[in-house]
Design a protein around this ligand. Structure first.
Ligand code: KG4
Ligand code: ZN
Length: 341
């Protein structure tokens, strides 16, 4: 019997404000290191120039730590996978140049990964959680700070976007709403926490309506701003006193849109394997309510562990694993792409 060498992939992520690296051996995660960038909190959002500089500082120690924790030497790597885009161009440049140089120095293949496709493949990262994984073709709701889309995942390399936000992403609605409340960036996790203490029916928000599978969140942002302005006019301490209820209202409105559209997507496609990924898929309200909807409507929901929801290197290595198996390699002259369309 012929024994095949394991596929050992180093995945590098630098598309926004997380510098991350992970090592996967035959799809099994051996390390997953994420360095956040606290520098943005004081600015209320990601400052691209500061993000690039922080990546530059973090990338060597983060990759070093990922290899060390995995117990893998550089010379053992089968390939280096990196995020080619979409994302902030200066941030992507850091990861791309680093991956290109490392692949050249080690003389191993380089694999260019689409960040959004990687989010949809995060379900397949094998770890100790022994969770079920979706069967192809499945429907993936990718909800992050930059994107909100429904994707039919036909296979690891064949994906079709069937619905998207026409303006802001769901994560952006969380973050901007949080900023209006005076909460630091990124606001999504804080809104999630505070919403659990609030009552969403005290300050109801109008739900945006869009035809088909497309979505819009910018109107919701304006409605939330108007709600806050009306409240502050009557009571200057409105935002503080009502903070938890306001977070609950904001989260409720965003989640309701996603629930309604997911229902429509299941009906339209007939696909009953539904998965969520991206930073907003860490939201406790979304996870619980989508789970309940799945049971009520008779479809199955797959949600990755929280560590693979927000940006991480393991999902890049996972996508890299599939691309490596298909021998989809990038040239050493590969360049990052802020957008793919
Ligand atoms: O996938 P991700 O890490 O980066 C992008 O690709 O954009 O997503 C980041 C987004 C941010 O908007 C953040 O506020 C949001 O995910 N997020 C959450 C939660 N955790 C992260 N939003 C709501 N509830 C959460 N628990
Ligand atoms: Zn992401």
């Amino acid at each position: 019997m012929r024994s095949t060498a394991p596929i050992i992939i180093l995945g590098i992520e630098s598309s926004c404000d997380e510098t991350a690296a992970a090592v996967l051996v035959d799809g099994v995660v051996r390390s997953n290191v994420v360095a956040g960038q606290a520098v943005h909190a004081q600015w209320g959002g990601v400052v691209p120039e500061l993000a690039s500089r922080a990546h530059q500082e973090n990338i060597v120690p983060v990759v070093h730590q990922a290899l060390q924790e995995a117990g893998i030497g550089k010379e053992d790597l089968s390939a280096i996978a990196f995020t080619q885009g979409p994302g902030l161009i200066g941030a992507l440049l850091v990861g791309t140049c680093f991956a290109r140089s490392m692949a050249q120095a080690l003389d191993v293949p380089l694999v260019a990964v689409d960040h959004l496709r990687a989010h949809a493949l995060a379900h397949f990262i094998v770890d100790t959680s022994a969770r079920p994984v979706p069967v192809f073709p499945f429907l993936n709701l990718t909800v992050s700070g930059g994107h909100t889309q429904f994707v039919v995942v036909h296979s690891p390399l064949d994906m079709e976007v069937i619905g998207t936000t026409l303006d802001d992403a769901a994560g952006e609605a969380f973050d901007k709403g949080a900023k209006m409340l005076g909460l630091p960036y990124p606001g999504g996790p804080l809104v999630d926490k505070l919403a659990q203490l609030g009552d969403s029916s005290r300050h109801p928000l109008p739900l945006p309506t869009m035809p088909g599978l497309d979505m819009s969140f910018s109107g919701l942002k304006t409605a939330f701003l108007n709600l806050l302005q009306r409240g502050v006019t009557k009571d200057p301490d409105f935002k503080t006193k009502e903070q938890a209820h306001l977070c609950a209202s904001l989260q409720h409105a965003i989640v309701q849109v996603l629930l309604k559209k997911t229902s429509t997507a299941v009906r339209q496609t007939g696909i009953k394997q539904v998965a969520i990924s991206g930073g907003v898929s860490a939201n406790s309200g979304l996870r619980t309510q989508l789970g309940a909807l799945a049971r009520a409507e008779g479809w199955e929901l797959f949600a990755p562990p929280l560590a693979y929801c927000t940006d991480n290197g393991a999902m890049i290595a996972m996508a890299g694993h599939f691309l490596f198996k298909a021998r989809h390699f990038a040239g050493l002259d590969v360049v990052p792409r802020a957008r793919f369309v």
